[in-house]
Design a protein around this ligand. Structure first.
Ligand SMILES: [Zn+2]
Length: 418
């Protein structure tokens, strides 16, 4: 009745021999199995061959992915071995990670779902308690992220952020690589001692490579920078925000120039010969606007007299373009604020102004800035929110790393392709 080959294929297990199958009274399936000879008697921690010790606590079952709403278990003996390094431990099984009562496939699915859906959805869909999701996530992370130190290479622009959870009673410090937008490090606690821990992980060369550190108003950030990488600049503009503002301003200027050109074309042609004294002067707005690019882009203290005159002309002739110029200038000043908390307040003010400025590119710019400033933070906050149920802070940190770092979390059937 039973085709073991097909069964093995459905379970998607390797180095496993199928012994039989039965349907349990509650409608779930139990597949009896054992590791093939080469995979028997291996240490659960290091995977090396080790001598048999005893039969442990007898048979054990591992939950695997459902078959059309039926729960499925792999049932096998769980003997113990005596590893020269790890002592007496339960022997490894090829279908599950050490210490888990779920198969690798099930854990991959649970992790992907935990990244994507709500806590309640994961627990309901998989019919497991949320408490078991935390350890699953930690096991997945240690497997998918064997070398976290690699993430600390080539850091140049980083941001540090403190996130509170448990209603502000506990904190997690998170370090972000601004060039990739990914979290590179997360640790329990906050303040100087924790951030110093991060810098201790970096080599001298890696410290020397750091050019910029962004973070909120806390004073200890500057202290850590002074101690560990004094060459680095501290700021809250990691995203070339001012450059974006200049681009937006240039777009407004070009639009204004096109309008002025069109207007000049549409205005009645002058007759040949010397114009009469009372004739309207030629409209040179387009020409003036075309030459104003540098005046608009420059900081006002560096303007030449001619450029200053151009600016005064724009202030009179094109209110909209002038407003765009002021928006750009204000934003530039926000990011020159020496005091970070003032800068934050100024930035909030700027965002409100830009929201209502009626210049499309600046309304968009304002959205873009807000998105970038919030994106990573929001993702972490969401992780924290979702992970509220985790009893263990390491599970929470692993969750943040899986969600927000460069770790590639896939559905179980997509791991095969890698
Ligand atoms: Zn071992």
């Amino acid at each position: 009745m039973l085709n073991k080959k097909i069964l093995k294929s459905i379970l998607n297990v390797k180095h496993t021999a199928i012994d039989g199958m039965e349907i349990l009274p509650d409608g779930s399936f139990a597949v009896m199995a054992h590791p093939t000879k080469g995979e028997q008697c291996r240490c659960g921690k290091c995977g090396r061959k080790a001598p048999y010790y005893d039969q442990g606590r007898g048979r054990r079952s591992w939950r695997t992915c459902d078959w059309n709403n039926h729960k499925v278990y792999i049932v096998a003996d769980a003997p113990r071995v005596c590893c020269p390094e790890h002592g007496v431990v339960t022997a490894a099984v090829p279908w599950a990670r050490h210490g888990s009562r779920f198969t690798r496939e099930f854990e991959a699915l649970a992790t992907w779902l935990a990244m994507t859906c709500s806590k309640t959805a994961v627990a309901a869909l998989l019919r497991i308690s949320w408490n078991t999701v935390g350890p699953i996530i930690s096991r997945m992370r240690s497997e998918l992220d064997p070398n976290p130190a690699a993430r600390l290479k080539n850091l140049s622009r980083i941001g540090v952020d403190e996130t509170s959870y448990k209603k502000g009673h506990k904190y997690i410090t998170v370090v972000i690589d601004h060039d990739t937008g990914k979290v590179v490090w997360a640790h329990e606690g906050h303040g100087k001692s924790v951030f110093t821990k991060f810098f201790r992980l970096l080599t001298k060369e890696q410290l020397a490579n750091i050019k910029l550190v962004s973070g909120d108003g806390a004073k200890w950030i500057q202290e850590c920078i002074d101690q560990s990488c004094p060459q680095a600049k501290r700021c809250i503009d990691p995203f070339h925000v001012v450059q974006w503002a200049n681009e937006a301003l240039d777009e407004v200027r070009r639009a204004a120039w096109r309008d002025a050109q069109k207007q000049a074309k549409d205005s009645p042609k002058r007759k040949r010969g010397r114009p009469r004294k009372d004739a309207p002067r030629k409209d040179t707005t387009a020409k003036d606007l075309k030459g104003s690019r540098f005046a608009l882009g420059k900081a006002p203290e560096h303007l030449t007299d001619k450029q200053q005159a151009q600016l005064t002309f724009i202030a009179k002739s094109d209110k909209r373009l002038y407003r765009a110029y002021l928006l750009k200038e204000k934003l530039r000043l926000v990011f020159q604020c020496a005091d970070v908390s003032t800068a934050k307040a100024e930035l909030d003010g700027w965002i409100k102004w830009a929201q209502h400025c009626r210049i499309k590119v600046f309304v968009e710019l304002q959205r873009k800035i807000r998105r970038h400033l919030e994106a990573t933070n929001r993702k972490i906050q969401l992780s924290v929110y979702m992970a509220y149920g985790f009893r263990n802070i390491d599970n929470l940190i692993d969750m943040i790393m899986l969600r927000c770092s460069d770790i590639d979390v896939r559905l179980p059937w997509n791991y095969e392709a890698a």
